[in-house]
Design a protein around this ligand. Structure first.
Ligand code: FES
Length: 113
C-alpha cells in the first residue's frame, strides 16, 4: 500500500471491529471502535515506526479509551491518537479520515460534507 488510501475505499464494517478494541482493516490501517464511533490510523507507532501490534490483528486496548503499543507500551487515545503515556509521550498516530455509511467504514479524504 502507498502512503494514501483512495477516497471512498472500503475498510471494514463496524461489526468487524471489536467494541472497545482495534482491527487492522487493510494493510497499515488500524480501525478503533467504541460503540457506534470509530477512528482510523496508520498502523505505525511513532516511537520506532513499526506496527502497533505484535501478533496479526491483535491489539491491546483499555476501557475502549486507550490503545497500547505491543512493543514498549505507549498508550494512545482512541479519539485523537495522541500518546498520553509511554516513551513517545505527546506524539500522535497518523489519522486516516473515515466516514461511516450504514455500518460500512470508508476512507474519507474529502472531510465532513
Ligand atoms: S514501538 Fe511503540 S512504544 Fe515503542
Amino acid at each position: 500500500m502507498g502512503d494514501r488510501v483512495s477516497d471512498g475505499a472500503y475498510l471494514c464494517t463496524l461489526d468487524d471491529v471489536p467494541d472497545g478494541g482495534g482491527f487492522e482493516a487493510r494493510a497499515e490501517v488500524l480501525v478503533l471502535r467504541r460503540g457506534d464511533s470509530a477512528w482510523a490510523y496508520r498502523n505505525v507507532c511513532p516511537h520506532f515506526s513499526i506496527p502497533l501490534n505484535y501478533e496479526p490483528n491483535t491489539f491491546c486496548a483499555y476501557g475502549g479509551e486507550l490503545l497500547m503499543c505491543a512493543h514498549h507500551s505507549a498508550m494512545f487515545r482512541f479519539e485523537d491518537g495522541v500518546c498520553v503515556d509511554g516513551p513517545c509521550l505527546g506524539a500522535s498516530l497518523t489519522p486516516v479520515p473515515i466516514r461511516i455509511e450504514g455500518r460500512k467504514i470508508r476512507v474519507d479524504e474529502q472531510g465532513p460534507r
